[in-house]
Design a protein around this ligand. Structure first.
Ligand SMILES: *Cc1c(COP(=O)(O)O)cnc(C)c1O
Length: 371
């Protein structure tokens, strides 16, 4: 039987046509009509005023933080359960990521723990819309208002997700997205930053283009970066964006099949808060407490099904371990221990989902027998 991967790009729209146009016209570097087209259309998709395309989702975070003047000795509160880029991007600014625990049901930043982590050095909060589910933004925005903090949304995994009927992308001061190969839409490597703040958008454009003064060629008032997205990347991303509704519909359909097939199996299913639209970037489950998660993943692998463990919590990783000190993160620790991402690509059929669900049930039964 064919292996079922966790994620797989689908490149069957205008990707080839647009890339060929780049090759035919010689527009292959960091500017061109696909870059501007992508920026315009992605901004419209998110309901944001501005979008700035960059090389990947990690530099999108870095540029967003720099544009907010995050620098040495500043603290940025991030969730303990996230992808490493959220923490690293803060370190690139010589600032300090401060870890907060997560909500036990939707696995996003816990506002009560955010409050506890605020110090006089806190400058920003970075909610991460993990695995496609948005963070509950009102409490975060409220804390930000009270303490005069900026809000950077790491939306790398949440294209099209909605908070109270509004698309992610302009709720905080700035949001960033990734177009990595396994994300909801892809350009291979790629990223984009969205904001409603004109000044911030202009600053990010300067930063991504080596810091050059937009009105004075080869005049560099600041140290910038080369974070430009190429027209070839943008050609792929734009073709993907043309079908983004389809990509999201497919994920919702796959999630609804999993919800049916896995009901009553003993695993904890992902939820959708009543104020949210979860886009199910990855369909993520928790194995029962008594189950050995890593062994469960080996059983799935033997059945020809790829799975992924949840991210390690940041506080256990060597670069962040010492700073976390004796602080405990009970929820993220538990979720990271029990969490598994199941195959979630837009290509999955109902038969695939049935096969995955049957393998989940079988793996759990076998583990019960062994005990
Ligand atoms: C993928 C991802 C990123 C980084 O994106 P890249 O494009 O791979 O650099 C950042 N944050 C989160 C939460 C991600 O999942």
């Amino acid at each position: 039987m064919e292996r079922i991967p966790v994620a797989e790009p689908v490149l069957t729209g205008n990707e080839k046509k647009y890339v060929n146009e780049c090759l035919d016209t010689g527009w292959i570097s960091g500017s061109g009509k696909f870059v501007t087209g992508l920026e315009e259309q992605f901004a419209a998709f998110c309901g944001a005023k501005y979008a700035i395309a960059v090389f990947n989702g990690t530099v999108a975070l870095h540029a967003a933080l720099l544009a907010l003047d995050i620098g040495p000795d500043d603290e940025v509160i991030i969730p303990d359960l996230t992808y490493i880029a959220s923490a690293n991007s803060v370190m690139y600014c010589n600032a300090r990521p401060v870890l907060a625990d997560i909500d036990p049901t939707i696995w996003t930043l816990d506002p009560d723990d955010v409050r506890r982590k605020i110090t006089p050095r806190t400058r920003a909060i970075m909610p991460v819309h993990i695995y496609g589910h948005p963070t509950e933004m009102d409490p975060i925005l409220e804390i930000a208002r009270e303490h005069n903090l900026r809000v950077v949304e790491d939306a790398a995994e949440a294209h099209g997700a909605e908070y109270k009927g509004r698309r992610i992308g302009s709720i905080g001061n700035v949001a960033t997205f990734s177009f990595f190969g396994n994300k909801i839409i892809t350009s291979g490597e790629g990223g984009i930053i969205t904001t409603n703040d004109e000044g911030l958008a202009a600053e990010i454009r300067i930063l991504k283009g080596q810091g050059m003064d937009p009105k004075r060629r080869y005049w560099f008032p600041i140290i910038g970066y080369n974070y430009r997205m190429t027209n070839v990347q943008a050609a792929i991303a734009l073709a993907q964006l043309e079908r983004v509704d389809w990509f999201i519909e497919r994920r919702l359909e796959v999630a609804s099949w999993y919800n049916e097939e896995l009901a009553g199996s003993g695993v904890t299913l992902p939820v959708q808060a009543e104020w949210a639209r979860n886009v199910y970037w990855l369909y993520s489950i928790l194995v029962p407490e008594s189950v050995d998660r890593d062994h469960f993943m080996q059983q799935m692998d033997a059945a020809g099904i790829e799975t992924r463990p949840f991210f390690y919590p940041m506080h256990v990783l060597p670069p962040y371990h010492d700073a976390a000190g004796d602080e405990k993160y009970p929820v993220s620790t538990e979720m990271a221990r029990r969490g598994v991402n199941l195959p979630s690509s837009a290509k999955l059929t109902r038969a695939d989902v049935k096969r995955v669900a049957a393998a989940v049930r079988q793996a759990l039964e076998q583990q019960v027998k062994i005990r």
